[in-house]
Design a protein around this ligand. Sequence first.
Ligand code: ADP
Ligand code: MG
Length: 262
Amino acid sequence: MSVAGLGDAGGAEPLVRLRGVGKQFAVAGGSFTALQGVDLALAAGEFVAVVGKSGSGKSTLMNLVAGLDRPTAGEIQVGQTRIDDLGESRLAAWRGRNVGVVFQFFQLLPTLTVVENVALPMDFCRTWPRQQAHGRALALLDQVGVADQANKLPAALSGGQQQRVAIARALANDPPLVVADEPTGNLDSHTTDMVLQLLAGLARIGKTVLMVTHERDIAAIAHRVVSLADGRVVGDARAAPAEATSRAQAVGSPGGGGSGAR
Ligand code: ADP
Ligand code: MG
């Protein structure tokens, strides 16, 4: 592990840049500071884990980067877009095309089939015509190894299968950025390995992957670990590329069955 410079993206032109980002929430009798003074740059193809104790601001940070919430201070730029000053509808449109989001509890729509869940973001954003969206959704399900589940309802799948579907859905509009909040928090260790391997594979094909976890050993698969405490960045450590790669391979070791995202 080498210590990265203050929030730097390792030399490459960053995809995501946060400058002086803060977030205050209105609470009874005043405001609560969940994040402050966050400077961070994330490069394309970087797999970054955000760690910290419960309440340290991990989910708040992820939500800001994903455009699910807005900062109360500072600037957030993703690609050429300043997302902190986009209006609500433009932010939603931006998010649909630029961010894939993976949650701890999958958040698949229970009344839609698996393939319909994956096709839905393409429908919403009109990125692919409906006829093509179905085929693309099937191809994405195949990439994450659950094409055989396409016509089932989510409830018929195991947790690990549902999370793979959620990853396929996150890729629907081919976003440059994928964020995941405790994506393995509800999975057993074998399934955890598969999901981590899939996320590592996304970084290998050039996506920026930001994963929130409170477990240090899960963060170890990432190229870089950003630590939060009380809403501030208190650590930013980068693994040597070979180190991260060998760990990624170890995670996807024989029997791991991770098909990887190709
Ligand atoms: P983590 O994901 O690291 O557990 P969060 O980012 O969810 O932490 O929360 C950071 C802090 O901000 C916590 O103290 C939490 O209670 C507070 N917080 C988060 N969301 C809100 C909200 N909508 N309103 C008020 N406080 C919030
Ligand atoms: Mg959280």
